[in-house]
Design a protein around this ligand. Structure first.
Ligand code: LCS
Length: 393
């Protein structure tokens, strides 16, 4: 079905659908590593790109392609590429665009490994990087060098919930011939469409809200134009970091309910954020939907809602955080986010442990910071659970 002109909810359900010979109502799993050619010429034409036929699953597969089409439509992009994980999507962007003596600017408080991989590996290949607070556009302007090729931002950041103005960042990047990649994992296209705001590439850990059921690890890139798309796809094929057809099938199933899940967890998150903000044992809460969030106005302008992620600092720092996490019973003490279950975790010792304490603190990831991914359970149960755990501090 042609769905490019349809509404977001219709695209969630139907974009990427194709007719198979049995009239299957949902996208079938093409669990095959390779595809038969009709004859030698067909094989040669497929390799030459003259025939769009499938060749080998690392290069392309109908189930994976259906998901790629769906994600491209949801993000208003040219085409999508699915990956085995969010981190393999991150690496594909770095590998496709960076190289010896080339420079990347990234958000300092971003998902730990997205930053750590630059510090630990890419430097060995001569890549230069600056991790800065991109929520101030003037910081980006000051960090730009003649050899800067990529501006890579996360907004909101994991876990400090700081926002970067995508439109202004893209204007600045393009003025200097720099590509802008936005990690849209925390928002999903339900809340934010970076390509519409000027970005060149959107990245997802589809492990999170896109799949939404905490049962798949996967990643995706969506490119705004053909040139960037081709570079990224070639990198994926050579890295061998394709998604598996069964993984793609599960993500296609999960993403159909994205809007319903987001709507519910967002409502819950607003109530949880207000509860936490009024609690005497909480020092501060960072949730883009609260007027106390320093970039509440920007959140209203570039996001269509405020999402399900909350960060908060407890009075009593690390020990208080530990007590809270040891006493929650409904929220699961687990990393990851964006599923139907509420999850709670401690970034300094978990998701951001790969970053040095000095760099963590400079990026605002304090020892007492707690991050919560609010699920779709009954909100009162989530709040009651937090309340009894906070009472133990
Ligand atoms: N980008 C963001 C914003 C993420 O939060 C993550 C994973 C990734 C990229 C990497 O994706 P993955 O390879 O895990 O699919 N974030 C995690 C987190 O906050 N806890 O556990 C994983």
């Amino acid at each position: 079905m042609e769905t490019r002109s349809k509404g977001f909810n219709t695209k969630l359900v139907h974009a990427g659908d194709f007719e198979d010979s049995y009239g299957s109502a949902v996208t079938p799993i093409y669990q095959t590593s390779t595809f038969k050619f009709r004859d030698a010429k067909h094989g040669a034409d497929c390799f030459a790109g003259i025939d769009p036929g499938y060749i080998y699953t690392r290069i392309g597969n109908p189930t994976i392609n259906a998901l790629e089409e769906k994600l491209a439509e949801l993000e208003n992009g040219y085409r999508g590429i699915a990956f085995s994980s969010g981190m393999s999507a991150v690496n594909a962007v770095y590998m496709a665009i960076l190289g010896k003596d080339l420079h990347i600017i990234t958000t300092d408080a971003m998902y730990g490994p997205s930053r750590a991989v630059l510090e630990k590996y890419y430097v060995n290949f001569g890549v230069q990087f600056d991790c800065i607070d991109t929520s101030e556009i003037k910081n980006i302007e000051q960090a730009i060098k003649p050899n800067t090729r990529l501006l890579y931002i996360e907004t909101p950041t994991n876990p400090t919930m700081a926002l970067t103005d995508i439109r202004r960042a893209s204007e600045l990047a393009h003025k200097h011939g720099i590509l802008l990649c936005v990690d849209n994992t925390f928002c999903s296209p339900y809340l934010q469409k970076p390509l519409d705001l000027g970005a060149d590439i959107v990245l997802h850990s589809v492990t999170k809200f896109i799949n939404g059921h905490a049962d798949v690890v996967g990643g995706a890139l969506i490119a705004k134009d053909e040139e960037v798309y081709k570079k990224l796809r070639q990198t994926m094929v050579y890295m061998g970091s394709n998604m598996d057809p069964h993984q793609a099938y599960l993500v296609i199933r999960g993403v159909k309910t994205l809007a319903l899940r987001m709507e519910r967890s967002e409502k819950n998150a607003m109530k949880v954020a207000k509860f936490l903000e009024s609690h005497p044992k909480v020092e501060w809460v960072k949730y883009p939907g609260l007027p106390s969030h320093p970039q509440h106005e920007l959140a209203k302008a570039q996001m269509s809602g405020f999402g399900a992620m909350i960060s908060f600092e407890l009075k009593g720092g690390y020990t208080a955080g530990e007590t809270l996490m040891n006493n929650v019973k409904l929220s699961l003490l687990a990393v990851s986010l964006g599923g139907v279950e509420s999850l709670i975790q401690h970034p300094a010792s978990m998701t951001h442990a790969a970053i040095s304490k000095k760099d963590r603190e400079a990026a605002g990831i304090t020892d007492g910071l707690v991050r919560m991914s609010v699920g779709i359970e009954d909100c009162q149960d989530i709040i009651d659970d937090l309340k009894q755990a906070l009472d133990k501090i």
